[in-house]
Design a binder for this molecule. Structure first.
Ligand SMILES: C[S@@+](CC[C@H](N)C(=O)[O-])C[C@H]1O[C@@H](n2cnc3c(N)ncnc32)[C@H](O)[C@@H]1O
Length: 313
């Protein structure tokens, strides 16, 4: 049994290195398209995602730092590294970025090593390591998740990560989510000391869990702005939004509609351009409501006001 596990781990390590060794074009296409719903192939045509036993391959330290910068990690963050290896991502998030967090790792020797490092650094109270199977772990405490896991695992994790609290950032080394959830940001960097692959590059991807905003948003314009009942009908595919707006049933132009975590933004302009105004809305979504600021632009003046809207799904 033990030898079949180690053969499987060796085989998976070879596959991981083979994926990283695929030509630039296919790595980039993979990163931008997300993990394909069908199994991605290695350069020699081998299937890479037939098991979920991600081997231990450490992320080089300069890549760790870039991942944490990309995710904007800071002192108010709680980071969970899923499959934490020797603990380096959590340890760096705590020592260099002032965050707190924990690693989840299935290999008890790596857990022991991580705990010893945390103790040596004097940060054992802020960096914990849990000997757990990632498929049975709870990630709900995280404001930031980091991952360096095989494509199949990323595919299996996508629905769970997408269901985390809106605003949670997820940063991944080399492997994407399911293809229907494109990263908000992708960067590729030269990594001379990368332990796998031949092209010595890493791809880093960032996602922010979007609030659920599909439905009909309704609010009243203040009388000073002409009054009227505004309705913005929003459709949503992950972080991609589209919509239509009306005032008292008459069409308005809807511009810049976007969701960043919990932050909903859009602007309204008259459809016919007979009148000249631009109303901008910027609020935080909580459940079936949003609240924030409206800025009414007309005749060269910008008037700020509180803004609240309700969502009918
Ligand atoms: C590619 S390494 C990444 C290590 C670390 N996150 C880093 O980037 O340096 C993946 C890690 O996931 C761990 N792992 C694999 N399957 C796991 C599972 N089911 N639950 C928890 N950890 C797992 C492995 O033991 C390994 O340490």
């Amino acid at each position: 049994m033990r030898s079949s596990i180690s053969i499987m781990r060796r085989r998976t390590a070879l596959l991981l290195s083979a994926v990283s060794a695929t030509p630039l074009l296919s790595v980039r296409a993979f990163a931008q398209a997300g993990a394909a719903p069908t199994a991605p192939s290695t350069a020699d045509g081998g299937i890479v995602d037939e098991d979920t036993d991600t081997p231990y391959v450490p992320t080089p330290i300069d890549v760790v730092e870039r991942m944490l910068h990309l995710a904007g990690v800071g002192s108010s963050d709680y980071l969970i590294d899923i499959g934490s290896g020797d603990g380096r991502i959590v340890l760096t998030a705590v020592t260099k970025f002032g965050a707190r967090g924990h690693g989840i790792e299935i290999d008890p020797r790596l857990i022991e090593r991580s705990r010893q490092s945390a103790a040596k650094l004097g940060i054992a109270d802020r960096a914990q390591f849990l000997a757990q199977d990632l498929f049975e772990s709870d990630f709900s405490r995280a404001s930031v998740i980091s991952v360096y896991l095989l494509p199949k695992v990323m595919q299996l994790l996508t629905p769970r990560l997408a269901a985390l609290r809106p605003g949670t950032r997820i940063v991944s080394h080399d492997y994407a989510m399911l293809a229907d959830w494109q990263p908000d940001m992708t960067l590729r960097m030269y990594v001379p000391d990368k332990p796998v692959g031949r092209d010595r590059h890493s791809t880093l991807m960032l996602w922010t869990v979007p609030a659920s905003v599909a439905g009909r948003w309704q609010f009243d314009l203040p009388r000073a702005q002409g009054g009227g009942r505004v309705e913005v009908a929003v459709t949503q595919a992950r972080q991609i939004l589209s919509g239509k707006a009306t005032i008292d049933g008459r069409p308005l132009d809807l511009l810049g509609l976007r969701i960043d975590g919990e932050r909903l933004r859009f602007a309204l302009e008259p459809a016919g351009r007979a009148e000249r105004f631009r109303h901008e809305f910027d609020g935080i979504v909580k459940g079936e409501g949003a609240s924030g600021t409206a800025t009414f632009h007309a005749r060269g003046a910008a008037v700020p006001a509180k803004w609240e809207a309700r969502l009918a799904r």
